[in-house]
Write a protein that binds this ligand. Structure first.
Ligand SMILES: [Zn+2]
Length: 714
């Protein structure tokens, strides 16, 4: 397909054709003058992660790859090397050569087409054994789990022999002079099947833990101490700091090896769930800067849908994983999120959902996206999958949104507090599993995302006059004075876990709580939640919500008799209508409680009545600090940005419903010059954006799975 045909197919894309012309194509009806904040905005990179196998139809695979790059506007090909089905364990130098020579043959042909080359070697420690063993001459120390089970091929990251192996290995990779070398997400201590949790508890690690503890430790004693319920045992800190130091050191080894050989190559980290990385004490700053070795940090945050899921579930997980990742890394990090498709093909994920993932990733402020959309065992780029047209369309929008520099650190709205170091301070309940060390700070972000309320992740900064949201055991990571100041100086939403944490910390009096006990969500005691404030929510008098299992457990809170300005808006009842305890309440006109938690379940908390109640409380309590929210939507996220010379709203419809009209409440920005950026191009909104009752109405609103932005010049 030639360029003319592409321009005809996508008349409003305004994007370049990779390998043909790198300049944006100017078109009638495209961006109005002055919309673009910077003429020098960097491009939005399409990075195709691709596996070819040495000796398997190389000429045909290269032709198909070049054709796909041209048609789908691919900027960079990251060759996946010795991965998954073709992986035999840690590659020997002899095994590496056929792969890299293949890449070296293809690289100039890609360069002729304007496409750069990167490398995605599959192994640092090894993802999982899957029958693999060490090879003759490989004397690597193997990872050991807390039960003493030793992996057959996954390596210990503290092992000097592994360090020597990886130095030489990465120097050879760097000799290809790739644009980026991607460190795969086996760079972690967890998820190394068949080990329980992961490691490492090998003899070398046990010596290190013992050295730091000042006495000889057994695995059982040490792991029990790390997970001890209640106040963290000193072993917790030893575990986290040893793990942290181990991985930071390994990152530096990899980064320096590459830098010695290829000073211009970037080294990027593929990462997983940030809450799970907290269990192993990940120091995002030091790991990413160690790999970068003086260059910009590069990260591929996980997008939580290897296989297609529902839009609402994706929005929930995207907020808890991908957006928390973006908030955790250093601010100068280049983000290329992980578009995955596994076990590969449209049987796993549709093109429509693929496009939605690329476009909605704008909420991360990405520099591009990595795409693993073809299999890993040698078929290469399959034209018949038909990705090219949707990739071209998605890139046009993604590039325009990148020009807006939608930095998550410039988001406004409810501040959801998080702490990447929470694993140091949180209390375990049972002390049985390392998963108990995962923080649960992100609940409110997901809640406000699906509820259509503007919000953002923030770290502790002695906030004042803000609207905050706290979940889990976040408060255990702060000093008592800091907690008291936050609760006294802001409007704060607390879920049941956060209330219980404060109560157990002896800070119940800071939120007017004199008692709190968990009641199982399936006990029949919490059955439904009854509105008792006499108001109409979502058009209903005496509205009801579920309080059963899908809400999580119920925290029965006892409010102090002398608690000033206590307003109980709902109460929880049993099936017979008997009162079980208070539901949502407001204390001192600044603390809002949602008394559920201790669960991964959330669906029961989502309801139009809950949405109306929360938005009403925000409006009344926050007054001029109230964040923008959407009226009567479901699973439509709104993000608001304060940027240089303009404000921007990003809208993400994660549902399959169409919104003919979208009502934006609590917004008073001047909208006469507002411009819409959508898949149809950039255009002034004119009277399609109108004022109504203190807010704005956008008409038409959003199509199913649509992403668009509205720019308000100032
Ligand atoms: Zn070890």
């Amino acid at each position: 397909m030639n360029r003319r045909e592409f321009c005809h197919m996508f008349p409003l894309t305004g994007a370049s054709l990779a390998g043909v012309v790198r300049r944006p194509i100017t078109q009638a009806g495209s961006a109005p003058t002055g919309l673009s904040p910077s003429a020098a905005s960097p491009p939005f990179l399409y990075i195709l992660r691709l596996a070819m196998a040495p000796g398997l139809r190389e000429d045909e695979r290269v032709d198909a790859l070049l054709s796909f790059c041209r048609q789908a506007q691919i900027d960079d090909v990251a060759f996946i090397l010795w991965a998954e089905e073709l992986n035999t364990g840690h590659p020997t130098p002899e095994e590496v050569e056929p792969w890299l020579r293949m890449v070296e043959r293809v690289k100039p042909r890609l360069a002729e087409a304007g496409v750069t080359t990167s490398l995605n070697p599959w192994v640092v420690l090894l993802h999982a054994d899957r029958g693999r063993v060490l090879k003759p001459g490989q004397s690597l120390r193997l990872m050991v789990d807390r039960r003493g089970r030793m992996a057959s091929a996954t390596a210990c990251p503290l092992d000097p022999a592994l360090h020597n192996h990886l130095r030489k290995h990465y120097e050879r990779l760097a000799a290809v002079r790739p644009r980026i070398i991607w460190v795969d997400d086996d760079f972690r201590l967890h998820n190394h099947a068949p080990l329980e949790w992961g490691g490492c508890f090998c003899d070398l690690h046990m010596q290190e833990y013992s050295r730091r503890a000042g006495r000889r430790l057994t695995r059982e004693e040490f792991a029990s101490g790390v997970l001890q319920p209640g106040t963290p045992h000193p072993f917790r800190r030893i575990w986290l700091e040893t793990s942290r130091d181990t991985m930071v050191n390994l990152a530096r080894i990899l980064g320096e090896a590459v830098r010695r050989v290829s000073p211009d190559t970037l080294v990027g980290l593929m990462s997983s769930s940030p809450a799970v990385h907290s269990i192993e004490g990940r120091d995002w700053e030091q790991v990413l800067r160690g790999l970068a070795a003086g260059k910009p940090p590069v990260n591929r945050p996980h997008l939580p849908s290897y296989t297609e899921t529902t839009g609402p579930q994706y929005l929930w997980d995207f907020t808890r994983v991908s957006r928390l990742s973006a908030a955790s890394v250093p601010p100068d990090t280049l983000l290329y999120p992980e578009l995955e498709n596994w076990p590969h093909s449209r049987f796993s994920k549709s093109r429509a959902f693929t496009r939605f993932q690329i476009e909605s990733a704008a909420a991360l402020g990405p520099a591009g996206i990595t795409m693993d959309i073809f299999d890993l065992f040698g078929n290469g780029a399959m034209a018949q999958e038909g990705y090219a047209p949707i990739l071209v369309q998605a890139k046009a929008l993604a590039a325009k949104l990148r020009e807006q520099k939608l930095d998550p650190r410039r988001e406004t709205g409810v501040e959801v507090l998080f702490n990447p170091d929470a694993s140091y301070s949180l209390w375990t309940e049972k002390g049985e599993s390392f998963s108990e060390l995962a923080p649960d700070d992100s609940f409110w972000a997901a809640f406000f995302a699906v509820m259509g309320v503007a919000h953002t992740y923030r770290r502790y900064a002695d906030q004042k006059n803000a609207v905050l949201a706290i979940s889990g055991q976040y408060c255990r990571g702060l000093k008592e004075s800091q907690v008291r100041n936050l609760l006294a100086n802001n409007i704060t939403f607390l879920n049941g876990d956060a209330v219980f944490t404060l109560y157990k910390m002896g800070l119940g009096n800071a939120i007017g709580v004199s008692g709190a006990e968990w009641v199982a969500g399936d006990s029949g005691i919490p059955s439904y939640e009854q509105v008792i404030d006499g108001r109409i929510y979502a058009g209903l008098r005496d509205a009801r919500l579920t309080a059963q299992a899908s809400t999580g457990d119920y925290l029965k809170i006892e409010y102090a008799a002398d608690s000033p300005d206590l307003l109980i808006h709902t109460e929880v009842r049993d099936p017979s209508g008997r009162r079980s305890g208070p539901g949502m309440a407001v204390v001192r006109r600044r603390i809002v409680t949602l008394p559920y938690g201790r669960s991964a379940s959330h669906q029961g908390l989502l309801h139009p009545v809950r949405q109306a109640l929360v938005q009403t409380l925000l409006t009344e309590l926050a007054d001029n600090r109230c964040p923008l929210f959407l009226a009567n939507t479901a699973n439509v996220a709104v993000f608001t940005y304060e940027l240089e010379g303009r404000r921007v709203i990003l809208l993400v419809n994660a549902s399959l419903d169409e919104y003919q009209e979208l009502e934006l409440r609590r917004i008073s920005w001047s909208h006469e010059k507002a411009v819409e950026i959508s898949s149809e191009g950039s255009r002034p909104l004119g009277d399609r954006l109108r004022a109504r009752e203190g807010g704005l109405v956008l008409r038409p609103g959003l199509k199913p799975l649509e992403v668009k932005a509205i720019v308000f010049p100032q």
